[in-house]
Design a protein around this ligand. Structure first.
Ligand code: BGC
Length: 601
């Protein structure tokens, strides 16, 4: 337990048990580490917990395998063919907002590369592709006063190309890039946005709805509300009303979603027969100390302020959850205000919001450990209202993003939590993935590891917990503009070489791995013998990344050329240089279907 540490007094704490030195009774509370150590003693070692064992098995038939992108992150063509400006165009052109002052002016130039993008999807063998529509490309000033046919035509061509390849489009109406003209009149803080969004949605249902059968109204309303209008690290970058603006924005987002859902439900569903819902993001939250009630409460508060903010009204009763309502009201009153900073829905609004879903769209990446943190009364902000701080476990693997730790177990827990909390809705995971930074390495073992383990946890949720999971979309098809961190963090299965003006896309090793999971619809049990799906490889050209090549003398070669060719069968590599020559090449490289290797020619 914590104790008197000689010259340093009570400051450094070494204890497996926390001792409260302010309390004359000196109460002792076991820390997470105490429980862990007790487990080691009980087990006389560290056996793999049952729930961490890999599960072999398949996803249900017709499971949707998808990969996701978003308009601003990939399209480029920021001023092409009459596109209007969006808040992200403006934000990225404001100095110091984005790492390296990067922007999405060109990004992956997907606006001009439909064929290349669809080719990648075909090779991955996905059944679905999730992308978003740039509102200002279709409606340059955000309103239906003027429809930019050229912009709309891009999406028509993309959708046609997908359908021709037998890939089902999953279309997000709003992935953060609000037309700047609407921001100029207050953006999501102005409640006229609800009607604007509904009109925009209607145009898309009318023009694309005969071919699009899967709609997502909003991507991650939390990020729009909190990062865009509270914290200010995303467009429009407003941070001056952190205790009010996020709630006002959240309120309008929920209403806008509900209106679009009703419109589809009442006017378009019968003839178009699609699904429409919302995508909500959430971490999983674990109590920092699982044996401390306070940390448990903190985890609950964290989840209710994140996923519950939007899911509770839509998936439960049309209203905000009690945790948020109580905490924000209490703090508002203590701040001398006459009412809560969290706006209220009228009874008829609640009726209109409740149940506006066809499925639960979930974006999930990571887990945090939570504990209570009391902010002083005078602070007006979402964070202070939530009253929770979070840390991560040092043993969790890192990624290229500071906020993203590899914690597959949290995925299963969150899926199960959604099932229990929201009455077992059909769930589509609409994003899940991992980033890297620094020099490109096509052998992205960390991404293979991430998807293998996260998808396996999803499989456990389905087979062991009865979660009604219908689909999984990995984030993301190719490296792209990662918002405030620009091009520094890369989540793609395909690498995009930005230094080459043709922006070539080259598969990383994980692309092949993901396509194998898709072919197998999960993980076939090796005990049942070799399964043919494991032999399928990514179609098309293979990439051989040559790390180094030496010229060498013929008598030092170790393998014959035939042997080398057999090892590399199916891989395109030009060896004419070696023919009829006594001097040959010695190459060490990564061959992404067989692993690393050294070959002597
Ligand atoms: C967003 C994506 C983003 C990803 C990784 C999600 O919050 O929807 O646009 O690239 O996370 O940060």
């Amino acid at each position: 337990m914590d104790f008197f540490e000689w010259l340093n007094g009570y400051e450094p704490r070494f204890g497996l048990h926390e001792v409260d030195f302010n309390d004359p009774n000196r109460p002792r509370t076991p820390r997470r580490s105490a429980v862990y150590y007790a487990e080691i003693i009980r087990n006389n070692g560290i056996p793999l917990p049952k729930e961490d064992e890999f599960l072999y098995g398949e996803f249900p038939k017709n499971f949707c395998w998808s990969v996701a992108t978003a308009a601003y992150q990939i399209e480029g063509a920021w001023r092409a063919d009459g596109k209007g400006l969006s808040i992200w165009d403006k934000y990225t052109h404001t100095p110091l907002k984005i790492s390296n002052d990067d922007n999405g002016d060109v990004a992956c130039d997907s606006y001009h590369k439909i064929e290349e993008d669809v080719e990648m999807l075909k090779r991955l063998k996905v059944s679905h592709y999730r992308f978003s529509i740039s509102w200002s490309r279709v409606l340059p000033d955000g309103t239906t006063r003027y429809v930019n046919e050229m912009g709309l035509n891009y999406y028509e061509r993309l959708i046609d190309a997908l359908l021709a390849a037998n890939i089902t489009p999953q279309v997000t109406l709003y992935h953060w890039d609000l037309p700047q003209a609407l921001q100029d009149v207050g953006g999501w803080e102005n409640d006229t946005i609800v009607q604007r969004f509904k009109e925009y949605a209607e145009l898309l249902f009318q023009r694309l709805g005969d071919k699009v059968k899967f709609w997502i109204t909003l991507n991650e309303p939390y990020n729009t509300a909190y990062l865009g209008y509270g914290f200010g690290t995303a467009a429009p970058g407003i941070s001056v009303r952190p205790g009010r603006a996020p709630y006002v924005v959240g309120h309008n987002l929920i209403k806008a979603h509900a209106e679009a859902w009703h419109l589809y439900n009442e006017t378009y569903r019968a003839k178009q027969g699609g699904l429409i819902s919302i995508t909500i993001n959430s971490d999983w939250a674990e109590p920092r100390n699982p044996h401390k009630q306070e940390d448990f409460d903190a985890a609950r508060q964290y989840l209710q302020f994140l996923i519950g903010w939007f899911a509770h009204p839509i998936f439960k009763n049309g209203d905000y959850n009690e945790v948020m309502k109580t905490r924000i009201r209490e703090r508002s009153l203590a701040q001398g205000l006459s009412s809560s900073r969290l706006p209220e829905f009228t009874e008829s609004e609640k009726q209109r919001i409740k149940g506006t879903y066809d499925y639960f769209g979930l974006n999930h990446y990571t887990t945090v450990l939570t504990y209570k943190y009391e902010y002083s009364t005078g602070i007006l902000s979402y964070d202070a209202d939530r009253g929770v701080a979070s840390v991560t476990d040092r043993s969790w693997l890192n990624s290229g993003s500071f906020w993203l730790k590899v914690t597959p177990f949290g995925f299963r827990k969150l899926l199960r939590w959604i099932k229990e909390e929201y009455n077992n809705p059909p769930i589509y995971v609409t994003e899940n993935g991992i980033s890297e930074r620094g020099a490109i390495d096509f052998n992205d073992t960390w991404r293979i590891h991430y998807h293998r383990n996260y998808i396996n946890e999803a499989l456990k949720a389905v087979l062991l917990d009865g979660v009604d999971l219908r689909g999984y979309a990995a984030w993301t098809l190719m490296d792209n503009f990662e918002w405030a961190v620009g091009f520094d963090e890369r989540f793609g299965f395909y690498h995009v070489n930005y230094t080459d003006p043709t922006l070539p896309r080259l598969p990383k090793a994980s692309a092949s791995y993901y396509s194998q999971i898709i072919s197998c619809n999960g993980f076939p049990d090796p005990a049942m013998g070799p399964h043919p799906c494991l032999e399928t490889e990514l179609e098309g050209n293979h990439v051989l990344t040559i790390s180094y090549c030496f010229l060498m003398n013929s008598d030092t070669r170790h393998h014959t050329r035939t042997g080398w060719q057999r090892a590399l069968s199916g891989i395109r590599f030009n060896i004419t240089q070696c023919r009829n020559s006594t001097v040959c090449a010695f190459c060490s490289f990564w061959n992404w279907s067989t692993g690393p290797g050294t070959y002597f020619i």
